[in-house]
Design a protein around this ligand. Structure first.
Ligand code: F6P
Length: 558
């Protein structure tokens, strides 16, 4: 046994110990844990106000939990948390802090970020920019900021990709779907696929459309090309001078923004201590208050800040992001699960899995430690998800009966914002039933008895019963809260942000960089000029060369 009161000698020993614990006889049998502890549901549920995180249906017991906390100690999670909130450059490969919490903290919170030129009061920087955003949003809504023809803006088109799209899109959808009280209609353009531009601008009136170009770097190919197309669309309809009135930029790269010809009053800045996938709280999220109103946006920030304070201050054992992160580590590193399913039983959260895919997989999809040495353990699982109940009628078959366990996070609000309580009860019944079915399964004996009671012949029973067996003992967590509103939405997204940080700390990796996406971008930039008729061909592998030639031939361009 290598675990001691102060943790393990190193992470490797910790992860080996977790694997050994999972192999204990009965170590994965969740139903047995419930049978042994009538108080299990309460003991393995953490609360923050109306928000509860129930991890009791995960295959985890006190011994496993102790080992996970020992590993957290080995990884100095408490020191990491202190350094995160102190604004230290935890993003070591880019020499940057990860201070997105300052975007939702009140002006006086005093969160600092260590930057190249010294230390900045990040909350003051963020609050100043937030004030500017608020003035702009209120001005647009009041009709003080109008388009080139003097018409009021009714629509906002946000152009951005990745973190400059997914977070703002999730939040806007969550707060507008099913409602008729939004201040403006929000539209999103991310893909460089021309069909997307064509589709999003179809039916939009340029004279009443405000265009936001959201890009941290302002160099992303997709966003640059889409912004240029939108510019041509506005200029074509309203003339060159309209650009100043119809565009706003949300970026850290003020030089590139100026080169685009942006009106300086319409530039909303943030600093490099905000990672792309954490930027919905920054000016990148400007579409959110434009669509739902400033006060709701502020409530969303307040919700996230409530989670920040909880993560920063609560003891590790009562800390929701810590618990969510540790249970995830158990699933990956002890049980060997390679995937994680996100099932929000709320249609308004239909893009949440996409946002969490970027948040988790871009952050923690890493193969080397901060030291540059290969990690000796698995890191981020593959995330996927759909809204419940739709998922039940597509991929949940595999989750119930496939050969590999897939841990699930169920997410549900107790109250709905529509007038069909029976529909919400049906939604909730399905969420609870799925989690229960995953855990308790259905043994062959029960199926045989049931088939017999329904008059099936012994031969029929022998043939069919094995196919109906659900082995059960499949882990899940349930996140339940009162109502999906701006505050609870902010809190929920921040919960996952901090979960990612916790896991990155335990895995010993840099959760805040994303070097893996660079190579593809570079190669695409090289291939792009080769796709024009008659262009010189670069040197590629045989398959890529053949595909380029075939593409040109099919287009009649070769
Ligand atoms: O390619 C990945 C990425 O760099 C993400 O990290 C980021 O959210 C996205 O591209 C968009 O980047 P930007 O906001 O700089 O346009």
């Amino acid at each position: 046994m290598t675990q001691t009161a102060s943790g393990f000698p190193d992470r490797k020993a910790g992860f080996a110990h977790l694997r050994a614990l999972a192999e204990r006889p009965g170590g994965r049998v969740i139903t047995r844990l419930f049978a042994a502890d009538p108080n299990r549901a309460a003991r393995f549920t953490l609360r923050l106000d109306d928000l509860s995180l129930d991890v009791s249906k995960s295959a985890i017991d006190d011994t496993a939990l102790d080992a996970l906390f020992a590993l957290a100690q080995t990884a100095d999670l408490e020191g990491f948390r202190r350094r995160l909130f102190a604004g230290e450059p935890l993003n070591e490969t880019e020499h940057r802090a990860a201070m997105h919490m300052a975007l939702r903290a009140p002006r006086g919170a005093g969160l600092k970020a260590v930057m190249a030129g010294g230390t900045e009061d990040a909350t003051v920087f963020a609050a100043n920019e937030r004030d500017k955003m608020e003035r702009f949003v209120r001005g647009v809504h009041a009709g003080q900021q109008r388009g080139a023809t003097g018409e009021r803006f009714t629509d906002v088109l946000t152009i951005g990709i990745g973190g400059s799209d997914l977070g703002p899109r999730v939040a806007t959808e969550a707060l507008t779907i099913g409602r008729s009280d939004q201040a403006m209609n929000a539209h999103f353009l991310s893909n460089v696929d021309g069909h997307a531009f064509q589709e999003v601008t179809r039916g939009l009136d340029p004279a009443r459309t405000l265009v936001l170009v959201a890009s941290k770097t302002f160099t992303t190919l997709e966003t640059s090309m889409n912004a240029a197309a939108a510019r041509a669309w506005i200029v074509g309809a309203l003339g060159d001078a309209a650009v100043a009135k119809h565009f706003a930029a949300l970026s850290t790269n003020l030089k590139a923004v100026a080169a685009f010809g942006m009106n300086p009053d319409r530039v909303f800045a943030f600093q490099d201590w905000v990672g792309g996938r954490y930027s919905l709280w920054s000016p990148v999220g400007l579409v959110i208050p434009l669509a739902v109103g400033w006060d709701k946006f502020q409530r969303m920030l307040d919700g996230a800040w409530a989670m920040d304070q909880h993560f920063r201050d609560a003891p590790l054992r009562q800390n929701l992001p810590v618990m969510l992160g540790l249970v995830g580590i158990w699933n990956v590193n002890a049980l060997g699960c390679a995937t994680q399913c996100i099932l929000a039983y709320d249609d308004r959260l239909r893009r949440l899995p996409a946002h969490l895919q970027q948040l988790e997989m871009e952050s923690n999809g890493k193969h080397v430690m901060l030291s540059g040495q290969p990690v000796g353990w698995d890191t981020c699982p593959i995330l996927f998800g759909e809204p419940g109940t739709n998922a039940q009628h597509s991929f949940m078959q595999l989750v119930h009966q496939g050969t590999r366990p897939v841990p699930v996070d169920f997410i549900l609000a107790a109250a709905a914002d529509h007038s069909r309580p029976e529909a919400h009860r049906a939604l909730a019944a399905n969420a609870f039933a799925q989690a229960e079915a995953l855990m308790v399964g259905r043994p062959e004996a029960a199926i045989r008895a049931d088939m017999q009671a329904h008059g099936a012949s012994p031969a029929e029973i022998d043939a069919i019963a094995p196919h109906r067996v659900a082995v059960g003992e499949r882990p899940s967590n349930t996140i339940l809260f009162k109502h999906l509103d701006p505050f609870s939405l902010g809190r929920l997204i921040a919960l996952y942000e901090h979960k990612v940080a916790v896991q990155g700390c335990l895995w010993g990796i840099d959760s805040f960089d994303q070097w893996g996406v660079e190579l593809g971008k570079q190669l695409a930039n090289g291939i792009l000029p080769e796709l024009t008729p008659g262009a010189a061909r670069g040197s590629h592998d045989g398959s890529t060369t053949a595909l380029i030639e075939r593409f040109l031939a099919l287009r009649g361009d070769s």
